[in-house]
Design a protein around this ligand. Structure first.
Ligand SMILES: [Zn+2]
Length: 435
């Protein structure tokens, strides 16, 4: 399959953006916090032969052939996403399909053919899929992530195209974010486990429903092994679910803790109260917080009021607070780090190495959007590097979560990125109508 990717194809440009965690501000001047939700519409002009896709509904093209998009549902800013390339589409079901370059698209369609079954599996237990379409975009190998749950259009690495569906848990994961993450969102990046832990839990349930319990247990074991491996070197302050990110980059909290440890925490609650009760609770949780951004405290309060208070013998609030906030894996003694974990601060050399790794990752992440929307090109609303024009992108801020503690620092106080001038043709409006 790789051999079919000819040099001619290689010459074609591929543009993609990556918003999570705080990178949407690199291409849109916006209050870039997961607590702020927006709707948006966009008109994208691309060179002949290239197709633009976004994390939004696809509208009929404009008279001049420009691609038009609209996201009517309020999403956090990190989920605004754009990609453009030599793309073809293959349907999987009436509401799902694959976008990819021609040499990859048929293989990807076969690999991900169970996507509709996965959507139905989550819907059956946790409530309807509310986003209309669920498509997957398979990116070139330069995409530096496994997947990104951009609404209506998951961005996925081509490295999961194994040919035997052995890595499709990625689809179960990104799809599950349509409930946990995109529908109910972490209000701050310290609450990231609300996005990822619930998604890992849902991913496991989806894999179990579509491929059976053994497969789900195997994936769980692999996750547990990875968690224990990483915890050996992790600073105890980063072994907790609700991490302290004061003075740090949100990506510093992107470890296996908010994924695997948080999923173990949720599976433990399921064990305590029974699957039926926990399913009912989760469905109610998604309904009660749909299209909202919430904090860890919000969740713990909801958990207490809607599940634990009715079952005082099955676990006190204190116990579940401990499970959520203590270092070490769930069930270890109070407060202490995992046995064998390094208790001392990491060495200066270790810190420098980590810093270099993070820097490399940021450069990798920032590169696609920043290289293509350079200062000058952004100022003209046009992407000079590959000729993709970005005009008429409008954002409508949803007036909620005005609590200043939940809102990101202004752009000019964000050390990683310089403030950018608004490109011509770009506007954003609050839901109240004033600009
Ligand atoms: Zn995820």
């Amino acid at each position: 399959m790789a051999g079919a990717r000819t040099d001619r194809r290689r010459k074609d440009t591929f543009l993609f953006t990556q918003g999570q965690s705080i990178f949407t501000r690199t291409w849109i001047p916006i209050q870039d916090s997961p607590a702020v939700r927006v709707t948006y519409d966009a008109t994208i002009r691309a060179p002949k032969g290239m197709t633009a896709v976004m994390s939004a509904d696809r509208l009929a093209p404009a008279k001049d052939g420009a691609f038009r998009f609209e996201m009517k549902l309020p999403i956090p800013t990190y989920l605004i996403a754009l990609a453009c390339g030599d793309l073809e589409f293959r349907p999987i079901s009436g509401r799902s399909g694959i976008w990819a370059e021609p040499s990859v698209v048929d293989g990807a369609r076969r690999e991900f053919e169970d996507t509709e079954a996965m959507i139905e599996a989550v819907e059956e237990v946790f409530g309807p899929y509310r986003w209309g379409r669920y498509d997957l975009l398979v990116l070139p190998p330069a995409f530096p992530f496994g997947g990104m749950e951009n609404p209506t259009l998951t961005f996925a690495t081509p490295t999961v195209l194994a040919g035997d569906k052995s890595l499709v848990s990625l689809v179960a994961h990104e799809l599950s974010h349509s409930w946990s993450g995109n529908l109910v969102t972490n209000a701050t990046w310290s609450d990231f486990w609300l996005n990822e832990g619930f998604t890992m839990y849902l991913e496991g349930r989806t894999m179990e429903a579509v491929y059976g319990k053994d497969r789900a247990l195997m994936e769980q074991q692999l996750g547990r092994a990875e968690l224990e491996r990483e915890m050996k070197d992790l600073d105890p302050r980063d072994q907790v679910l609700h991490v302290d990110l004061r003075g740090r980059h949100p990506d510093d909290g992107f470890t296996t803790i908010p994924y695997e440890k948080a999923a173990m925490f949720l599976r433990r609650i399921e064990e305590l109260v029974g699957r039926e009760a926990f399913d009912r609770f989760l469905k109610g949780y998604f309904d009660a917080h749909a299209f909202q951004s919430i904090t860890t405290d919000d969740f713990v309060g909801y958990l207490k009021a809607n599940l634990l208070d009715a079952r005082p013998r099955r676990g006190s609030e204190a116990r579940h607070r401990y499970l959520a906030f203590a270092a070490g894996p769930p069930g270890r003694r109070a407060g202490g780090p995992l046995e064998g974990a390094r208790r001392r601060r990491p060495s200066a050399r270790g810190v420098r190495a980590r810093h270099r790794a993070l820097q490399a990752r940021h450069e990798g992440m920032g590169h696609p959007a920043m290289a293509t929307f350079s200062d000058e090109s952004a100022a003209h609303g046009r992407c000079q590097a590959n000729g993709v024009a970005r005009r008429g992108l409008r954002l409508h801020q949803i007036p909620q979560f005005r609590d200043p503690r939940r809102v990101a620092p202004p752009l000019d106080r964000t050390p990683l990125f310089r403030r950018r001038r608004a490109p011509r043709g770009f506007s954003w409006k609050s839901a109240g109508g004033s600009s």
